[in-house]
Write a protein that binds this ligand. Structure first.
Ligand code: URP
Ligand code: ZN
Ligand code: ZN
Ligand code: ZN
Length: 461
């Protein structure tokens, strides 16, 4: 034997091809694609009747970010990466949020001390830039990019995070010189603030007001502005968590003018709507995220964008808070006023099963598109390809074996994140990853954990 593992008899799919073959693994890498490999292997995984796919890469997750006055994110790196692993992911990309006045170096060392040796998947960080001082843009950011933190997110909304247009331009300009990848959260903060004040004056304080104070027009306008500012500076941009058809149109128009735009959407824009925020009692808080879920026409627009290639990335935007907890959605102020409900929902484990079931199994997208949207394009966009995101000789043996017929009703009790609910509770899905390998190590076998905490590694880029 010269192989550590052979995965035999499965249907292997990449972003471009689907074929029947065995996969041979040695030293954490894929070293053979062929037939009758079992005889050469110490451990044989029978994948007949299953799909053998690159491990998922979720390039948009929030873990252990400081979230303001008494609010705590529900996951640490252990629970978030365990949840990610059970959902078929082998790499996730969380954010390091630089707090105002803190050095980037300090921020990074804090996140590393939270994450190092505490992960079940590989991890690579993006930065969040909320305070683009000349010092940051001139020294700290170039040093961080040099050290392998080659992508960062900027916000056009949230009081303490948002950049104005001048700051966006200055930040884009530096990113251009550094060759860094910029992700933009597009919502018009002034419009939102105006609407929040109107709603408060009218005593409309329930969770559903979160959706009505963040209308499509606020996202469409900011998307247009982000695309235009990027065009002026001449940099590529990633427009994250696009929720609706009008924002999609802005991206399409920008591309027609020649702009290089990568576009991302998320499960919440496919299977939730703003009506979910109108739940009984304060249950609507479970669905408060930004941008908010829209209507069924926008769901259809997002599906069209996934199929026709408008969207490159399908990410979770996992940002977990407990629901029934004073440090979560129902914090003392959030239980009375929508504007104090922390924004974000859990979803790192359900991201791929939702797209697989609703997309592949229902014929809306094909299997190769699924692989592109959940793995390959993330690796390409953020500089991890071809080590990650594909099944090819020489790539890391990051592999998820899917049972395409396994029926699962989403129950939070069966998930592995640290929240106390799932926004997808009761959703009936078909298809789930059953065995997951990370760099050639079997992490989950037949839905049972074999991994050790710390098997995940940090990936500089
Ligand atoms: O509501 C959300 N999406 N919270 C997470 C932070 C962000 O804007 O992505
Ligand atoms: Zn042999
Ligand atoms: Zn965002
Ligand atoms: Zn996010």
């Amino acid at each position: 034997t010269n192989l550590e593992i052979a995965i035999t008899g499965g249907t292997v799919a990449t972003a471009s091809d689907t074929f029947q073959c065995d996969i041979g693994i040695r030293d954490g890498k894929i070293v053979a694609l062929g037939h009758d490999l079992a005889q050469h292997a110490a451990d044989v995984i029978d994948a007949s009747g299953k799909f053998v796919l690159p491990g998922g890469i979720d390039s948009h997750v929030h873990i252990a970010q400081p979230s303001g006055e008494g609010i705590v994110m529900a996951d640490d790196f252990e629970s978030a990466t365990l949840s990610a692993l059970f959902g078929g992911n082998t790499t996730i990309m969380p954010f390091c949020l630089q707090e105002r006045g803190q050095s980037l170096r300090k921020t990074l060392s804090e996140y590393h001390s939270l994450a190092d040796h505490k992960c079940y998947t590989d991890v690579s960080f993006h930065l969040i830039i909320c305070d683009p001082t000349p010092e940051l843009l001139g020294q700290e950011l170039p040093a961080a990019v040099h050290d392998g933190y080659k992508s960062f997110k900027v916000f056009m909304t949230y009081d303490n995070l948002r950049l104005n247009d001048a700051e966006l331009l200055a930040t884009f300009d530096v990113a251009r010189d550094l060759g860094a990848t910029v992700m933009v959260h597009c919502e018009n903060e002034d419009a939102i603030r105006f609407l929040i004040e109107k709603h408060e004056a009218a005593n409309k304080l329930r969770p559903s007001s979160h959706a009505s104070t963040r209308p499509v027009a606020a996202e469409r306008e900011a998307t247009h502005r982000a695309v235009s500012l990027a065009e002026i500076v001449d940099i590529p941009v990633v427009i994250v968590h696009v929720s609706n058809g009008q924002a999609i149109d802005e991206i399409t128009q920008g591309r027609k003018r020649g702009s290089s735009i990568t576009a991302e959407t998320c499960p919440q824009y496919l299977v939730l709507t703003s009506a979910d925020l109108e739940g009984m009692d304060w249950e609507g808080a479970k669905f408060v995220c930004s941008p908010p879920p829209r209507d069924t026409a926008d769901q259809i627009a997002c599906w069209r964008g996934l199929k026709d290639g408008t969207f490159d990335l399908f990410s979770s935007d996992h940002c977990p808070f407990k629901y029934n907890s004073p440090d979560g959605k129902l914090n003392p102020r959030g239980a009375k006023n929508f504007r104090h409900i922390p924004n974000g929902i859990p979803g790192v484990e359900t991201r791929m099963p939702i797209l697989f079931s609703e997309g592949v199994n229902k014929g809306r997208i094909d299997l190769n598109r699924f692989v592109a949207l959940t793995a390959t394009n993330h690796a390409r966009t953020y500089g991890l390809y071809p080590r990650k995101g594909t099944i090819a000789i020489g790539s890391d043996a990051d592999i998820a074996i899917w049972d395409p017929d396994l029926e699962v009703t989403v129950r939070h009790a069966d998930l592995h994140d640290g929240a106390d609910y799932s926004p997808y509770e009761g959703l009936e899905l078909r298809g789930w990853p059953v065995t997951v390998l990370l760099r050639g190590k079997v992490m989950i076998r037949d839905r049972k954990l074999e991994a050790q905490l710390g098997d995940g590694q940090y990936l500089p880029r």
